[in-house]
Ligand binder design. Structure first.
Ligand code: ZN
Length: 234
């Protein structure tokens, strides 16, 4: 197996990174996953991500033959440094820069640096993330130009040849439900509904047609609207 046939997926347990994982499984000969504990204010995502990996192996065995190890990385020190409403019990508000204070400064830069350090050691030169420019939030570290320069910085700084892949960069949430259907049919759509988590408030006891969550936070709204739009067009 050539080393450039291997990939490391930044897998958080959310809808987008779950989809990226399946995208990578279809594209690369071997795929590993990495997840970060950065002191999120609820541990739901970290629990859900383990469930999702077990469930996808059980439900879609033919798709997951090339799924290798999962790596869990403690970045809680970074979370303390970069406190925001994702890492503290606070209401989600938009600050004066126009960014919601769910923005954790430098988060994706930190994630890619940590992923590249692991990838360097394990020969995983394709790094895959679910960043998306069409998110409501406009997080600057989700933008394509940020990540292009990040790739260059990693390759210069580690004297390596990483490629950062962001398959969801230009699609909206309706199209990502569509993509799930195309990559893994309704079995994958149902897996994403049941075993991924996006709600900022960590609500897991309210089940909607699109999955679990409070239904009113910005992440739930985006997920629900995307789902409804996809159902209407499919
Ligand atoms: Zn929510």
């Amino acid at each position: 197996m050539r080393k450039d046939d291997t990939a490391l997926v930044l897998f958080s347990g959310g809808q987008d990174s779950a989809l990226c994982l399946v995208w990578a499984l279809k594209r690369f000969a071997r795929v590993e996953t990495i997840g970060f504990d950065y002191g999120q204010r609820h541990n739901i995502e970290l629990e859900v991500r383990k469930d999702f990996l077990l469930e996808i192996k059980a439900t879609l065995p033919e798709l997951t033959q090339n799924l290798g190890g999962d790596h869990s990385v403690d970045l809680s020190g970074f979370g303390k440094l970069a406190e925001s409403s994702l890492t503290r019990e606070r209401e989600i508000v938009f600050n004066k820069t126009g960014l919601p204070d769910t923005f954790v400064p430098g988060r994706n830069l930190m994630f890619f640096t940590a992923a590249a350090a692991l990838g360097y050691r394990r020969g995983l030169m394709n790094l895959v993330g679910g960043m998306c420019e069409t998110d409501y939030s406009g997080y600057p570290d989700c933008r394509e130009n940020t990540l292009a320069v990040m790739q260059e910085a990693l390759n210069l700084g580690m004297d390596a040849h990483f490629t950062i892949h962001t398959p969801l960069m230009h699609i909206d949430k309706a199209q990502s439900w569509q993509m799930a259907d195309e990559l893994g049919s309704m079995a994958l759509v149902e897996l994403i509904i049941e075993h991924t988590h996006t709600c900022y408030l960590g609500v897991r006891d309210k089940r909607h047609s699109w999955g679990y969550g409070c239904g009113t936070c910005p992440a739930c709204e985006l997920r629900a609207q995307g789902f409804a739009k996809w159902r209407a067009m499919s």
